[in-house]
Design a binder for this molecule. Structure first.
Ligand code: FPP
Ligand code: MG
Ligand code: MG
Length: 412
């Protein structure tokens, strides 16, 4: 029997969802090119936290049905939206470059020749799950998550992993999710291309959700991730000369762009797909957005604090001042700088001289930097909690609240 802790774990109900997420992802990622197939799936094989899909699934559960009388129709529309998995069907259009596969469908294909289909078959009937069958699966006590919302959860993880593939190239990071990083294992070029491949597949899946608003939100997330990363690059090439409010605000903005934007906008998208947040319930979208935004900032602040911890394999990535080694001054260093002006020159030369990283870690260790970073993280997590608490009581809401505690208590 499950331990009492597991019985009372509000996330237990969602574990099965996360389990099937992997299968669903692998279906979206198949490529008949062996290298792409391997690398695009590589980070999904390792143990991830699945925080972004978790937020989407829980927000879906917690908000579906919150649009009052008009919601029934909205839900019917949402249910009728199919999320067919034909992306990787062999011989399907996504394999049209592969003569072996395409050949099976349409006779011999030679490269250099235009692709033609000799006998154009009539269109197959559109795959559309009947409202009835979905309704049944929703009413049998299983979590009321729509197929489109489930698919959105996969898409958030695809975008996240794409950004990690690129990030590990930029950061020359040897380790990710407890194993050699993709660039370490397969090289930079294939890692970048695999990230791009993931974004392509995520875009197809996104378009199929059938909501322009949702496509725009998630496309903006991708732009934001790049903007955040570029802001970070600029911060290392043109650091502030003294600790200023603007310097800290830039850091917070960068933190939103590179981490919180995905959580915020995908939580909002989950509400849109559920057909909630319409009319008088418009605020539900705002609550979802605010939850993701605050939680995401808290999450990244903790991440930046964890980077100062002593080596610990459980982190699954380098840690031990990895940010300092990249020339980055994150919240703990920015706070410490206010107390210890001698940190300034090190920040300005991006910890580039031998002994700088160790000295910076010592100064931060003697300062209130880590404490203030964690206080700020708790403040943001508290705001996220406040957002969640504006939703009607439910198990999913309880789990969303639980997440706000987990992000600040986590050690990895
Ligand atoms: C991890 O940060 C990185 C991100 C959260 C975003 C990285 C974004 C890009 C590389 C832009 C390209 C984006 C796409 C969608 C292809 P980190 O380096 O602080 O964390 P880490 O310690 O986990 O490496
Ligand atoms: Mg990195
Ligand atoms: Mg990085």
């Amino acid at each position: 029997p499950p331990s009492s802790a597991a019985r009372h774990d509000p996330l237990a109900a969602i574990h099965a969802e996360i389990g099937s997420l992997k299968d669903s992802l692998f279906q979206l990622l198949g490529s008949s090119h062996p290298a792409l197939d391997t690398i695009a799936k590589y980070y999904f094989h390792a143990e991830g936290k699945h925080l972004r899909p978790l937020i989407v699934l829980l927000m879906s559960q917690a908000t579906n049905g919150l649009a009052g009388p008009g919601w029934t129709r909205a839900r019917e529309e949402a249910l009728a939206q199919s999320v067919d998995d034909s992306l990787t069907v062999e011989g399907g259009v996504l394999n049209d470059w592969n003569p072996e596969v395409s050949g099976r469908e349409s006779g011999a294909v030679t490269f250099g020749e235009p692709f033609r289909i000799p006998n154009l078959a009539p269109l197959p009937p559109r795959l559309k799950p009947t409202l009835q069958s979905l309704q049944t699966s929703l009413d049998d006590g299983s979590p009321q998550i729509l197929p489109t919302q489930r698919r959105l959860a996969s898409i958030t993880e695809m975008i996240h992993v794409a950004s990690l593939l690129h990030d590990d190239v930029i950061d020359t990071s040897p380790l990710r999710r407890g194993q050699p990083s993709a660039p370490n294992e397969f090289g930079n070029k294939l890692s970048i291309l695999s990230g791009d491949f993931l974004l392509g597949r995520a875009s197809v899946a996104l378009a199929r959700l059938g909501s322009r608003e949702v496509v725009e939100l998630l496309a903006t997330v991708i732009a934001n991730l790049v903007e955040g990363e570029v802001m970070q690059l600029r911060a290392t090439s043109e650091p502030e000369r003294i600790p200023t409010k603007k310097g800290f605000e830039d850091y917070m903005r960068k933190t939103y762009l590179k981490t919180a934007s995905l959580m915020a906008k995908s939580a909002r998208a989950a509400v849109i797909l559920g057909g909630s947040g319409r009319g008088e319930a418009e605020w539900v979208k705002e609550v979802a957005y605010g939850y993701g935004r605050n939680l995401g900032i808290a999450f990244q602040l903790v991440d930046d604090a964890l980077d100062f911890l002593p080596p610990d394999l459980s982190l699954g990535k380098p840690g031990e001042g990895a940010d300092l080694k990249l020339g980055l001054a994150t919240a703990p260093a920015l706070f410490a700088w206010e107390e210890h002006p001698e940190l300034g020159p090190l920040i300005l030369r991006k910890f580039s001289e031998s002994g700088d990283v160790k000295m910076a870690r010592d100064i931060v260790g003697r300062s209130k930097g880590l404490e203030r970073t964690m206080d700020l993280a708790r403040k943001f997590a508290g705001e996220a909690r406040g957002m969640a608490e504006r939703l009607p009581e439910s198990e999913a809401r309880g789990a969303l609240v639980g997440l706000t505690e987990k992000v600040v208590d986590r050690v990895k």
